[in-house]
Design a binder for this molecule. Structure first.
Ligand SMILES: Nc1ncnc2c1ncn2[C@@H]1O[C@H](COP(=O)(O)OP(=O)(O)O)[C@@H](O)[C@H]1O
Ligand SMILES: [Mg+2]
Length: 486
């Protein structure tokens, strides 16, 4: 992990004569807490307009190896006076985003008290991030067709087996969103691959739940499908483990409850996700555990029914034994096996699950032997409770018919007892739902742009990187509704 700072925050207190000032640095995958209480913050201001725990500035590295630049966010920690970025309030409440991505030159102020200002500067040049992913020339022209609604920037957030994910901005609300770019130029437009991508977008538009990533729009051109979704400002569970290495069991239970709420919801609609894993589960607000968790990447999902779901999908590591038996169909319970593996991975932390790459389980006995080896390694120091072991063993039943349903798994004692924990989980989950708004899009979501003439020409029509960055920044600053003092 690179240890060079990626950002710098210069603060200035103009209420003093002469004004006070200082500087702090932002490092990859680290959080800086800001507030009035010296004991609970890294940077403390004695000023009474600042709450005891006011805000945090954190960076998220999705995957350093693949060269995506880290993103730096500011989040209001439920302060009394609120937090504003360039005059636009963030925090809890209708129409506000809890966190906000910081761009070079942004100014953070404490609510309507601009005498205390924190200026953010990006220090990208000091790091070795590769800009290995970029929109193609053609895609730059295609995105012009919907630039009055969404501006796609050149900043990538992540990538996976199927697409590259870019940062974008919603022109109307000024909020950051993401644009998942699927290059379909290699395929015929009637091919299975293109149908699968369309299905992912259409399916997302029918799902409406706090633990599912909300979709905002989708566009199809001759060569590309663009899917616009909310930005999960806390990164994915993989980046969460990269950050903390290990999580405590309480935190893992809190994550698994939310994952299972999402899984039970899609299963109630007959949909199997089929690719549940660290990288496909997003932290909605901040890279801290009790916050909102969302299932994403429905690219491999399928509708279960008799004789359906035969294709070998998902990631090796999380795939149940029945998927390796030729011609054997599978059902919703593939997700429960993956939930078991996910819990095991979270308990182990950033370390890889030993030996799983090569293991193909042929019987319950083999699964049991594997699990007892892992539980023995975890040891009696309390890395995992007996209830946790029982939950994982239940999900990893070799016979898919013996696995619990998502609802039964949710009601397992590991995620429900003791009552004091359950009350706490429920309170946090109700709190998390506040940052969720029901879906605005209607099925079928994909707008067909194939007959629209391409914008731009070889020269003037193609936005330069700089123009695109400026446009995106303008879009983000645009939302007049939440402006203070304007
Ligand atoms: N809405 C989002 N907010 C934040 N990060 C995202 C979002 N969508 C995707 N990502 C990041 O990009 C990666 C790839 O996206 P994903 O949808 O899983 O694509 P693929 O289908 O290619 O696997 C994810 O693992 C995640 O880290
Ligand atoms: Mg993925």
């Amino acid at each position: 992990m690179s240890s060079s700072p990626i950002g710098k925050v210069a603060w200035e207190d103009r209420s003093k004569d002469p004004p006070n000032g200082g500087l702090f640095l932002i490092f990859p995958n680290k959080t800086v807490l800001v507030g009035r209480d010296e004991n609970r913050n890294h940077v403390a201001f004695a000023d009474l307009v600042v709450s005891r725990c006011h805000l945090e500035i954190f960076s998220v590295v999705v995957d350093e190896q693949y060269g995506h630049p880290p993103l730096v966010f500011v989040r209001d920690r439920g302060s009394s006076n609120g937090t504003a970025v360039n005059g636009q309030l963030i925090g809890r409440g209708a129409g506000l985003s809890p966190s906000r991505l910081l761009e070079d030159g942004d100014t953070i102020t404490v609510g309507a008290h601009p005498h205390l200002r924190l200026g953010y500067t990006l220090l990208m040049n000091s790091c070795n991030w590769r800009h290995s992913y970029a929109l193609t020339q053609l895609q730059r022209r295609e995105i012009e067709m919907f630039k009055d609604r969404y501006v796609v920037t050149d900043r990538t957030i992540g990538d996976g087996a199927h697409a590259i994910v870019f940062l974008a901005a919603d022109v109307e609300t000024g909020q950051h969103v993401v644009c998942k770019v699927h290059d379909i130029s290699r395929y015929s437009r009637t091919s299975k691959e293109v149908e699968r991508i369309r299905q992912e977008a259409s399916l997302l538009s029918t799902l409406d739940h706090p633990n599912i990533l909300p979709i905002k729009a989708a566009f199809e051109t001759e060569q590309t499908i663009y899917v616009i979704t909310e930005l999960a400002t806390g990164g994915d569970l993989y980046s969460l483990l990269l950050r903390y290495n290990k999580l405590n069991e309480w935190a893992i239970r809190s994550i698994m409850r939310q994952v299972l709420r999402g899984v039970a919801y899609i299963h109630s609609k007959g949909v199997a996700h089929r690719d549940i894993k660290l990288e496909n589960i997003l932290c909605g607000v901040t890279p801290q555990v009790p916050y909102r968790i969302m299932l994403s990447d429905f690219g491999d999902s399928g509708i279960a029914g008799p004789g359906r779901l035969k294709s070998k999908v998902g990631t090796r590591f999380y795939r149940p034994p029945e998927c390796d038996v030729p011609n054997q169909g599978h059902g919703l319970s593939v997700d429960i096996w993956a939930v078991g593996m996910l819990s095991l991975q979270l308990i182990l932390g950033y370390e890889e699950l030993p030996g799983l790459d090569s293991v193909v389980f042929k019987s319950q006995g083999e699964v049991d032997t594997y699990l007892s080896t892992i539980f023995a390694v975890l040891g009696p120091q309390g890395s995992i409770s007996e209830a946790g072991q029982s939950f994982i063993c239940g999900c990893l039943a070799y016979d898919s018919n013996r696995r619990p349903t998502a609802r039964q798994a949710f009601y397992h004692r590991w995620l429900q007892n003791p009552e004091s924990d359950r009350k706490m989980f429920k309170r946090l989950e109700a709190d998390n739902a506040i940052s969720w708004k029901p879906q605005q899009v209607k099925f079928p979501v994909i707008e067909d742009l194939t007959t629209m003439p391409l914008g731009g020409d070889e020269g003037g029509g193609i936005a330069s990187k700089r123009q695109m960055a400026l446009q995106a920044k303008k879009a983000c600053q645009h939302s007049a509704a939440n402006r203070i003092g304007a």
